[in-house]
Design a protein around this ligand. Sequence first.
Ligand SMILES: Nc1ncnc2c1ncn2[C@@H]1O[C@H](COP(=O)(O)OP(=O)(O)OP(=O)(O)O)[C@@H](O)[C@H]1O
Ligand SMILES: [Mg+2]
Length: 407
Amino acid sequence: MTKPNSFFHNLIKPFKFTSSKEEHSEDDIQKLAEQENKIFPYETLVAATNKFSILNKLGEGGFGPVFKGKLSDGREIAVKRLSRRSNQGKTQFINEARLLGRVQHRNVVNLIGYCAHASEKLLVYEYVPRKSLDKLLFKSGKKEELNWKRRFDIISGVGRGLLYLHEDSHNCIIHRDIKASNILLDEKWVPKIADFGLARLFPEDQTHVNTRVAGTNGYLAPEYLMHGHLSVKADVFSYGVLVLELVSGQKNSSFDTNLSAQNLLDWAYRLYKKGRAMEMVDPALGSSIITEQLEMCIKLGLLCTQGDPNLRPTMGRVVVMLSKKPDNMEEPTRPGMPGSRFRRVPRRPSAMFSSGVDDDSNSNSHTCDSSNYGTNNNTTSATSSSTTPSSTATAQVDPRGKRPMKD
Ligand SMILES: Nc1ncnc2c1ncn2[C@@H]1O[C@H](COP(=O)(O)OP(=O)(O)OP(=O)(O)O)[C@@H](O)[C@H]1O
Ligand SMILES: [Mg+2]
């Protein structure tokens, strides 16, 4: 059955970052960006990073290398040099970067500027001195620095940052890649979400959609990993994995299988069901633990990682649960895992994913219905990504937990 054009128009409309007011000519965009003082001359970034010296390199992920730099006014910066596969036009890049530059929250890394020079595209971020959470949480001898209070503050701060991206920023931003290496810590241990909106700088052709869906091992919601269905609930899932990692000090993507469970989520769920959830708590937390908070966070992590996206809480609900003593938290159902199928909850109200999936069915496909996302739209590029064949997506998962590079 063919759907009317207006259906597709409505489906795509909320995913657009730009409103009609933002549709300017190339010259206008350039002028606006200059007025905002966010355009950095290429030479400034070359000088700040000592010619992108290897000694200044902070690391490299799926979007390209990141260099530490220092501006002539003394400000420290982190410069992300986007890989060439972002062959997006200059105007569109500046437009997107301008919009990302407006995203401002205490728990989100500040994009202070950008640069488009010949075929190069660079993003300039505030430098966050304690770097990324993964470099502490998963390293023995380092993880002790993260006592429970710090970990709980990270859980709360990331929750608030994600709520802002989903609901309070000028447009809904689904991060798509929440994980420990994308959480940076400032000198006061305030967590800041990095790399929001980056997916938008890469054109949505099929190859890139597949590559992105392959994403980061261990954090991806099964409906996104298997079928490319993207909604805010995919971020909620990744956030839940992060919460369980902070509680246990274990990395989901390299989980110790001696613990007789498939992965961290499975292990946490089994212990929880046996009333022994506290056994998963990281021994490195020592005497800093606050049992009541830990129990709540384990339940929260399990609620966020449930197989059925409809059952996962919104980030709004997560923030409420974290901010007061919750006495009415739901009971978590089985966690979602790659290849897992969820049982449809009987008599639930109109579902976000109308799915024929249950444990007795051979079918594993969901259909994404945009009309159920509500006014505060929660989906980006679901139209193209939902066509991603699961075999292609899963085949490209990088065992190092990084998005594969495609240049
Ligand atoms: N603003 C920043 N301040 C300080 N360090 C940063 C900043 N941004 C990134 N880094 C460091 O650079 C490293 C590489 O970052 P990058 O985002 O490229 O890789 P990643 O997070 O491992 O993978 P992905 O591309 O999937 O996000 C990070 O691990 C982090 O330690
Ligand atoms: Mg990153």
